[in-house]
Design a protein around this ligand. Structure first.
Ligand code: ME8
Length: 503
């Protein structure tokens, strides 16, 4: 069996319900999963929740419930959101599941057997909201360099992982695998960090809500060490009967936010190297969203609820697709960006209602008026340059560039109708008018296929209105393999309501 294409999101903390930032990473991963499937790959797409550690225990305590009961409640909010966003994950892993706990303990024991874990004393700083150890020199004043919140002084017995031992191997790995650290402009941060690498504290005695260290149960495994292992526990590593691990691992892309790049690009590969497991092929660290120019935070009360955006744009279906489109179109994937109502509405009206929706509408209108709904005109071959650029952009995870190619296809379609005026030429040269409409509709068919991973519901609606009988994914797969996209003889269009009503 060929190896499955393996895509992951971070597993999200269950200290609170999800917001637009969580939606962002998961949408990006879903778009890639759908695109790879369209290209004919078997895909395994894993997401899940990170449920241990002091941060979750504190959130549960504040609500007066047990951490497990709290996690059980919040995990449902994540699952509901993925449903509303039409996320097509194949697996969902919770770190409180037995299959995960067993894998973490087996992993820890093997590292200890390999003498890569030893007992010592941790004396330094800790940020609970980020669940991160910091040394004095890394702090920003007296606060966490990532979230600017207060850190606490720790002094406790701890197991340590010999991260320092992997310094040279990591550096040569990055050198020999230039696609591993992505986007490339973030690689120097990692390389500089590795040059200064120290051993990592991987257990806590003061945190009770965690996976017990095998044979030393007064320690629990450090929540990040526990969490990273989800990427293999979620696909059957070390479990019996042996699940699909060997057909899925290594991961093709771990999608993460920039603040957790180090964990994935340094600690995780070193953990795997110690056990002799292959290292993932790529970690992609995207940027952060602010909201109306401000950092998103609970205290400011400005967290964007994805359900609200979906509802504002007509509910599941159109609302889902608009949100999926917007977040990947608005900001070059990898960079930071700002989420604003103005930008959202602006993109919707300009690119979806006025450009794409209008092109489909006017084309179908004219086909109905001129040709009684029948798609006449001769089969023509599509220019391939846009398609090739789209594919290259998707390979580079440059989703915004891929969407720009589709926007250009749409712009060219509108320009063609404007300049060839089939509503006029139908009177003097009806064959030419039909050809114009045929050619524009073929471009729209191509656009629907390429947009399908981004807007899975609306593209199906476009498909129906174009009178397509075959499943979009089937045609899409064939098109990407052979370039064939022609209409069947006597195909008639079935214009419906405008797909993107102006707002
Ligand atoms: O870090 N902009 O979980 P988490 C963009 N459990 N993306 C954002 C964002 C924002 N403003 N806010 C959150 C954890 N994200 C760990 C991960 S993985 C083994 C363990 C996204 O709930 C982004 O992907 O804090 C970020 O990395 C992630 O949510 C953090 O989620």
């Amino acid at each position: 069996m060929p190896k499955q294409y393996y895509i992951t999101t971070p597993i999200y903390y269950v200290n609170d319900v999800p917001h637009i930032g969580h939606a962002y990473t998961t949408i990006a991963a879903d778009v890639l999963a759908r695109w790879k499937r369209l290209q004919g790959h078997e895909v395994f797409f894993l997401t899940g929740t990170d449920e241990h550690g002091a941060k979750i225990a504190q959130a549960a305590e504040a609500k007066g419930v047990s951490p497990q009961a709290y996690a059980d409640e919040i995990v449902e909010a994540f699952k509901r959101l993925w449903q509303s966003l039409h996320i097509t994950h194949n697996g969902f892993i919770r770190t409180t599941e037995d299959r995960h706990i067993q894998t973490v303990q087996a992993f820890f024991s093997k590292l200890r057997e390999n003498r890569d874990i030893y007992k010592g004393m941790y004396e330094d700083w800790y940020c609970t909201p980020c669940e991160t150890f910091w040394s004095e020199s890394e702090l920003k004043g007296k606060t966490c360099p990532v979230c600017s919140r207060e850190v606490e002084r720790l002094q406790e017995e701890s197991y340590f992982f010999k991260l320092d031992k992997y310094k040279d191997r990591l550096l040569s790995f990055y050198k020999n695998n230039p696609d591993f650290l992505a986007p490339r402009f973030r690689s120097s941060e990692i390389i500089n960090f590795v040059k200064e690498l120290k051993n990592l504290s991987v257990s806590r005695t003061k945190v009770k809500w965690g996976v017990p260290v095998p044979d030393d149960e007064k320690h629990t495994v450090y929540v990040w060490f526990d969490a990273l292992i989800n990427y293999i526990s979620g696909i059957g590593y070390g479990q019996s009967p042996a699940a699909d691990f060997k057909d899925i691992w290594p991961a093709d892309v771990h999608f993460v936010g920039k603040e957790i790049f180090r964990f994935h690009a340094v600690i995780w590969p070193a953990m795997l190297m110690s056990l002799g497991i292959d290292v993932p092929k790529k970690v992609f660290a995207h940027g952060w969203w602010t909201v109306e120019g401000d950092k998103m935070s609970k205290s400011k009360g400005n967290m964007v609820d994805p359900h609200k955006i979906i509802a504002d744009f007509g509910g599941e279906g159109l609302g889902t697709d608009v949100l999926r489109y917007f977040v990947l179109r608005e900001v070059p994937f990898g960079n930071d960006g700002d989420f604003s109502q103005k930008a959202l509405l602006g993109r919707y009206n300009a690119e979806l209602a006025n450009a794409l929706g209008n092109l489909l509408n006017r084309t179908l209108n004219l086909i109905e008026k001129n040709d009684k709904g029948q798609i006449l005109g001769k089969k023509t071959s599509l220019p391939v340059n846009r398609l090739e650029k789209f594919k290259a952009a998707m390979d580079n995870l440059a989703f915004h560039e891929a969407l720009e190619e589709v926007a250009l296809i749409v712009r060219e379609g509108n320009a063609k109708i404007d300049s060839e005026a089939p509503w006029k030429t139908v009177k003097t040269d009806p064959a030419k008018a039909s050809q114009t409409l045929h050619d524009v509709l073929i471009s729209l068919k191509q656009a629907a296929i390429l947009l399908h991973p981004f807007m899975p519901t609306i593209t199906q609606e476009m498909w129906k209105q174009m009178g397509e009988q075959e499943d979009l994914a089937q045609t899409g797969k064939r098109f990407l393999k052979t370039g064939d996209i022609s209409f069947v003889p006597e195909q008639t269009v079935k214009k419906g309501n405008p797909l993107f009503p102006r707002k």
